[in-house]
Design a protein around this ligand. Structure first.
Ligand SMILES: C[S@@+](CC[C@H](N)C(=O)[O-])C[C@H]1O[C@@H](n2cnc3c(N)ncnc32)[C@H](O)[C@@H]1O
Length: 359
């Protein structure tokens, strides 16, 4: 008997890939529901029956049963014995799943990423309109799911890494912060980078700036909650309009590429920093050039760009239209136009972000 290897056609390979992406999308949306309805929070406490979940979560019984069975089928939730009558089954989260779905302090916490991606999906009709007719969809239009998703996605990194591993790997910056410094945090969102810096460096005072009022209000609450409101204050302001100031460090964390007028923002940052101070930009760790087949970082950044950052930037008149994939040569061009002479890549290890210092 002879056998013949059958190579799947290009169409079959792509069809399989898209099918598996559709399964992934369904996982994402089901996780969004489980997160927003508080189901994972209760499941993280230990095994739960339907009745126990119904007592504590705002969900209708028929939807709960379907959601639980879908979660078991897709492998996120486990069940003691699927053959039991539904009402008698006990559901729980297997090892590690509660961390990813509910542990706000873990670097593996991905529920906010799901929330942010879903927030952009909710806006697809507006995105389609912008793609067709121009304009964009602004940060505020994406709403609370977007601002909370963004804030909680970066929160564990800012609270645990910023002052303990990232900035300590830049000795002169670390020394300046340790000695005591005035820091400005540009586009601070809900303020976790400002709070992370204040917690790590007891002698710094941080001023956060953001144009989005609900983000600034949330940032003020978080600073009080973390006991640093005496050293961390927030301004609702367009950073492009900030006048002279005298900061030792002016930083922008994952936001320069969102700004419609990045050169104005960098010019402001230059005005705000002391002559011997540090201007630090944390942005996406993308390659220096566009390449045909990107790695996962390039893929996720183009995804962010299509659905969030580019339409956010293009929502303003005369926007630079940067998008999430702000490559190093693009930043160098903006920096030169703003009057900086050099852009240095800082020796901070991270898979997603790159840190630049502008002089
Ligand atoms: C992607 S979020 C990043 C927030 C935060 N830095 C973080 O890492 O989670 C971008 C932020 O930039 C803010 N922003 C955009 N344009 C701004 C401007 N001209 N002045 C101040 N903030 C601005 C938005 O309101 C939003 O909170």
């Amino acid at each position: 008997m002879t056998t013949r290897a059958v190579t799947p056609s290009g169409a079959e390979v792509l069809a399989e890939r898209i099918f598996s992406s559709i399964l992934g999308t369904m996982d994402v949306w089901s996780i969004y529901l489980g997160d927003r309805l508080g189901l994972y929070e209760v499941l993280a406490e230990g095994g739960q029956t339907e009745d126990e979940l119904l007592e504590r979560c705002p969900i209708q019984p028929r939807y709960l049963r379907e959601w639980l069975e879908q979660q078991v089928t897709t492998g996120i939730v486990h069940v003691d014995d699927p053959a039991f009558d539904a009402i008698d089954r006990t559901y729980w989260l297997p090892d590690g799943h509660a961390e990813v779905l509910t542990d706000r302090n873990s670097l593996n916490y991905l529920a906010p990423f799901v929330q942010l991606v879903t927030a952009s999906g909710i806006q697809l009709p507006r995105l389609l309109n912008a793609y067709t007719n121009g304009g964009g969809v602004g940060w505020a239009d994406f709403g609370d799911d977007m601002r909370r998703g963004q804030a909680n996605m970066n929160r564990p990194w800012f609270l645990s890494e910023l002052g303990s591993t990232w900035f300590p790997s830049v000795p002169d910056l670390h020394a300046r912060l340790t000695a005591g410094a005035r820091v400005a945090d540009i586009g601070c969102g809900e303020g976790w980078s400002s709070i992370g810096l204040a917690l790590a460096y007891p002698n710094v005072a941080v001023e956060g700036y953001d144009i989005d009022e609900p983000s600034v209000e949330a940032a003020r609450r978080h600073a009080v909650g973390h006991g640093v409101a005496d050293r961390v204050t927030f301004h609702e302001a367009d950073v492009g309009a900030v006048e002279m100031a005298s900061f030792d460090v002016v930083a922008a964390f994952e936001c320069l590429h969102d700004m419609p007028h990045p050169v104005d923002v960098l010019t402001s940052m230059k005005r705000m920093v002391k002559p011997d101070g540090h201007v630090v930009i944390m942005d996406e760790r993308v390659a220096d050039q566009f390449g045909a087949l990107g790695d996962d970082v390039e893929r996720v950044m183009y995804g962010f760009s299509l659905f969030i950052c580019l339409p956010d930037g293009l929502n303003h008149a005369h926007s630079a239209g940067t998008g999430t994939v702000m490559r190093k040569p693009t930043l160098e061009r903006y920096a030169r136009q703003a009057g900086f002479e050099t852009v240095e890549v800082l020796p901070i290890e991270n898979d997603l972000w790159r840190f630049y210092r502008l002089r």
